[in-house]
Design a protein around this ligand. Structure first.
Ligand code: NAD
Ligand code: G3P
Length: 321
């Protein structure tokens, strides 16, 4: 690729590779940035990855290990590496699009909060929603949310990121969008765990619904909008992740429920690091998140699944809200 890319996509895992391929296939000039030159060379040569069966990387997609400056940079590294990745970006004023889903372990920060610290002068958006990379990569239809506070910039970026097969909705609530995407992974672990342990689909539906309620509560407490959590960034992504057998978070929950170790070969399981960070953030905000608390204690080995379910069931009875 001789001309500067329009899009730089950082992180050559499942999601970064799917997004880079999607936009390159639309005729955009795209550079995909792998973690190191060995990985970049392998991808550039094979034009495929076992993470995304059936995908051949478009010929026009450049793969490199060095992030270029670009008008739009999409960040799709594992969430706990977001801060260091932002710290390694070349100088520039292009827009950052945060595509990773999580809460930072040490600080409890969400993506837009980390970006505001690390790159305060750059426009920043969150791209999220019910989007399995392996489906997007082969052009199956889907919808996503692009959240950004600046109305004009958001409208432009939505036009830029929408494709004939990916419908992108705008949202003015990056905090709600980021929190919805991060917290659904924790609830998906709970959903998988009850199915794995044979506690039934009623229990899963209850956890999904009450999980959504606690995400909405924290969203409002952090200044976001509860309605964001009723949309693609919350409900949409939670339905996918808590019921879709391809979800790594759901599958990790299934394994815990069956008394096994989760399979880390399939890629990052964001809910594991996010659960305690999310709980700490909720506590610091004075917000109750009992499902997140149950998952945190379960993952830390402080409680059995049966005991954590009993603890949830025995909470004081009250009106639903
Ligand atoms: N896979 C999906 O379907 C999907 C969909 C939407 C969002 N996401 C989110 O995107 C993020 C990445 O997920 P994924 O599925 O691509 O993960 P993955 O495990 O498939 O890949 C992660 C990639 O990041 C690279 N990486 C690790 N540390 C890095 C670092 N310090 N700097 C640069 N690269 C580094 C790894 O080499 C790997 O290629 C997660 O937050 C995930 O929640 C994933
Ligand atoms: O495989 P998971 O559990 O990381 O989920 C992937 C995406 O977040 C689904 O939208």
């Amino acid at each position: 690729m001789t001309a500067h890319p329009e899009f730089a996509v950082i992180g050559a895992g499942a999601w970064g590779t799917a997004l880079a391929s999607l936009y390159a296939a639309q005729g955009r000039r795209v550079a995909l940035i792998a973690r190191d030159s060995t990985k970049a060379a392998a991808l550039a040569t094979t034009r495929s990855t076992p993470r995304l069966p059936g995908l051949r990387l478009p010929d026009s997609l450049a793969v490199t290990a060095r992030p270029p400056e670009a008008p739009v940079t999409l960040l799709a590294v594992p969430f706990q590496h977001l801060r260091e990745t932002l710290g390694r970006l070349p100088q520039g004023n292009g827009t950052l699009v945060l595509c990773a889903k999580g809460v930072e372990r040490e600080s409890g920060a969400l993506g837009p909060e980390i970006a505001a610290e690390m790159e305060p002068r750059r426009p920043c958006a969150v791209l999220t929603g019910p989007n399995f990379a392996h489906e997007i990569a082969i052009g199956l239809p889907a919808a996503a949310v692009l959240a950004m506070t600046d109305d004009g910039a958001r409208r432009d970026l939505v036009q830029h990121l929408a494709t004939p097969r990916l419908r992108v909705y705008g949202s003015a609530d990056p905090i709600g969008a980021a929190l919805g995407g991060a917290a659904k992974n924790v609830i998906a672990i709970a959903a998988g765990a009850v199915i794995g342990a044979g506690l039934g689909e009623n229990a899963r539906a209850a956890l999904i619904t009450r999980g959504l309620a606690e995400i909405a509560r924290l969203t409002e407490a952090l200044g976001g909008a509860a309605e964001t959590i009723s949309g693609l960034a919350g409900l949409g992504d939670l339905i996918l992740t808590a019921t879709g057998s391809a979800s790594r978070n759901y599958r990790a929950g299934l394994a815990f429920g069956q008394g096994k170790r989760p399979d880390t070969e399939a890629g990052v399981i964001e809910g594991i690091a996010t659960a305690p960070a999310l709980l700490a953030r909720a506590r610091a905000t004075g917000c109750e998140m009992p499902v997140t608390e149950a998952v945190t204690d379960l993952l830390a080995g402080r409680i059995t699944l049966e005991a954590s379910m009993n603890r949830l069931l025995r909470r004081a009875l009250r009106d639903e809200r």
